[in-house]
Design a binder for this molecule. Structure first.
Ligand code: S3P
Length: 438
C-alpha cells in the first residue's frame, strides 16, 4: 500500500538546514571513480535511491564500492568497466542510465540496461543514436527508443556532435564514450548545459577543451586518456534546496536558510527568477567546495509577482519549473514559462502533471505544448494530487500545501527518496505540517 503524505497550512517556518548532496555530481563521482585507476574518496554523496542504483551498477561493472560512513564512500576503480554478470537496473535514474551507457560503450562489454516503469517510458535514442554513430551496437529488447536495451561497446570512433537540445546527459554520455574512442570527440551546444562532467573529468586528470562559440560552447576531448582516482567533495543540491526555500518564500513570516548550496551559474536559474519575482533570496558565506562555488541561501517570506521566464534560462533550471510553478501560484499575476518542452520527458510529463495538480488545487493554469502559464491568486488546495511516481511533482505539491487554504495530499511518497531522502523530516524540522497516512 503506498504511503500518502498530506501538507497543511503551517505557521511561519524557520531554521537552518543542509541540502542533500547534489544528484548530478553524485552520479558522476561514482561513475568516474569506477572508470579511474586507484581510489576515489567521496564526501557528501547523496544517498538517494537514484544514486544507490548507480553504486550498484558500478559494482557490477567491477569497481570496489565501500560505504565508510554517512555520505562517505570509497570507490576503487579498475581503470574501466568489466563485463557485468547480469542486466544493469538503473531504477528511476535518467542520468544514471544515460551516463553509464556512454561509459560502457567504450569497453568490449555487452550490457542490458533497464529501469523502473517511469525510466522505461523515457527516450533513450537521444543517447544511443550518437553512441551508435561512434560504433556501439544496440539491441532494443522491447520497443525501439525505450529500455530495456542491450549495448555492445568497444572499438569506437570519435564524432563531432551538435546538440539540438541543451542536455548535459547527452553531452556527458558522448564525452564518456569519447574517452575510449579513436580521435577527438566534440560536443557543441548553442545553449550551455550544466558542466559538471567537464569540471570533474579534469579533476580526474582528463584534458578537456572548452571553446566559447556564440552563446554556447564546443567541448572536446582526445580519446585514449586515463582517469586517476581523486577526492570528491559533493556540494549541496540546488534542485533539492529549492523546496525548503520555496516554502520559506510562500509561508508568511518565514525565514529559511539552506547551507552549502552549489551556486554553479548553470544551475541557479531558479534563484535568479525568484529574485525577478521580488523574492527575498540572499546568499552568504560564499566559498569553494569540491571545485564548485557554494553558499548559504536564505529565503524570507516575500510578496511575489508573476514574471515571464526567459526561455534561454531553461537549461539552468529545467528541474526547478515544478517548484517555481508552486511558488508562482502565490504570486500576483501570471508567470509565463516557455521553451520547456524537455519537461515532458523527465521522470514524468511535468508540464501535464503540474498543470493538473495546480488546477485540482484551484489554481488557474494554461498549458501549451512547450510550456505553461500559472496565474497566481488564492490557493484553495483540498485535493489529492497524482504524481506518477515523480519525486519533484510530489515535493512541489507538498510545498504548495503548507501555504494553501485546505490540505493537499499526494498519492505516493516513496519516490521522494530518489533525490531527497529525509525530505519530510527536514521540512517538519522547519515547522511544516506534513503528515503521513496509509
Ligand atoms: C542532469 C541533466 C538534466 C537534468 C537531470 C540531471 C545531469 O537532464 O534534468 O535531472 O546530471 O546531467 P538533461 O541533460 O537531459 O536535460
Amino acid at each position: 500500500m503506498p504511503t500518502h503524505l498530506t501538507a497543511r497550512r503551517s505557521p511561519a517556518l524557520s531554521g537552518r538546514v543542509r541540502a542533500p548532496g547534489d544528484k548530478s555530481i553524485s552520479h558522476r563521482a561514482l561513475i568516474f571513480g569506477a572508470l579511474a585507476t586507484g581510489v576515489t574518496e567521496i564526501e557528501g554523496l547523496l544517498e538517494g535511491d537514484d544514486i544507490l542504483a548507480t553504486a550498484g551498477a558500478i559494482e557490477a561493472f567491477g569497481a570496489k564500492v565501500e560505504r565508510l560512513g554517512e555520505g562517505r564512500w570509497r570507490i576503487t576503480g579498475q581503470g574501466g568497466f568489466k563485463q557485468p554478470a547480469g542486466a544493469i537496473d538503473c531504477g528511476n535514474a535518467g542520468t544514471g542510465v544515460r551516463l553509464l551507457m556512454g561509459a560502457a560503450a567504450g569497453y568490449p562489454v555487452t550490457v542490458t540496461f533497464d529501469g523502473d516503469a517511469s525510466l522505461r517510458k523515457r527516450p533513450m535514442k537521444r543517447v544511443t543514436g550518437p553512441l551508435a554513430d561512434m560504433g556501439a551496437r544496440l539491441d532494443w529488447q522491447g520497443v525501439e527508443d525505450r529500455l530495456p536495451v542491450a549495448v555492445a561497446g568497444g572499438c569506437l570512433s570519435a564524432i563531432d556532435y551538435v546538440q539540438t537540445v541543451a542536455s548535459a546527459q547527452i553531452k556527458s554520455a558522448i564525452l564518456l564514450a569519447g574517452i575510449n574512442a579513436d580521435g577527438v570527440t566534440t560536443v557543441s551546444e548553442a545553449e550551455p548545459s550544466r558542466d559538471h562532467t567537464e569540471r570533474m573529468l579534469r579533476a580526474f586528470g582528463v584534458e578537456i577543451g572548452v571553446l566559447p562559440v556564440g552563446g554556447g560552447w564546443r567541448v572536446s576531448l582526445q580519446g585514449g586518456q586515463a582517469l586517476t582516482g581523486t577526492a570528491v567533495a559533493v556540494p549541496g543540491d540546488p534542485s533539492s534546496a529549492a523546496f525548503p526555500l520555496a516554502a520559506g518564500l510562500i509561508v508568511p513570516g518565514s525565514e529559511v536558510t539552506v547551507e552549502g548550496v552549489m551556486l554553479n551559474p548553470l544551475r541557479t536559474g531558479l534563484f535568479e527568477t525568484w529574485r525577478e519575482m521580488g523574492a527575498d533570496v540572499t546568499v552568504s558565506n560564499r566559498r569553494m567546495a569540491g571545485g564548485e562555488e557554494v553558499g548559504d541561501v536564505t529565503a524570507r517570506h516575500s510578496a511575489l509577482k508573476g514574471v515571464v521566464v526567459p526561455p534561454e534560462r531553461a537549461a539552468s533550471m529545467i528541474d526547478e519549473y515544478p517548484v517555481l510553478a508552486a511558488t508562482a501560484a502565490f504570486a500576483e499575476g501570471a508567470t509565463v514559462m516557455r521553451g520547456i518542452g524537455e519537461m515532458r520527458v523527465k521522470e514524468s510529463d511535468r508540464i501535464a502533471l503540474m498543470a493538473a495538480g495546480l488546477t485540482a488545487c484551484g489554481v488557474r493554469v494554461e498549458e501549451e505544448p512547450e510550456g505553461f502559464t500559472v496565474f497566481g491568486g488564492p490557493v484553495r488546495g483540498g485535493a489529492t494530487v497524482t504524481t506518477h511516481g515523480d519525486h519533484r511533482i510530489a515535493m512541489s505539491h507538498l510545498v504548495l500545501g503548507i501555504a494553501a487554504d485546505a490540505v493537499v495530499a499526494i498519492d505516493e511518497a516513496g519516490m521522494i527518496a530518489t533525490s531527497f531522502p529525509g525530505f519530510v523530516e527536514l521540512m517538519r524540522g522547519l515547522g511544516a505540517d506534513i503528515a503521513t497516512s496509509e
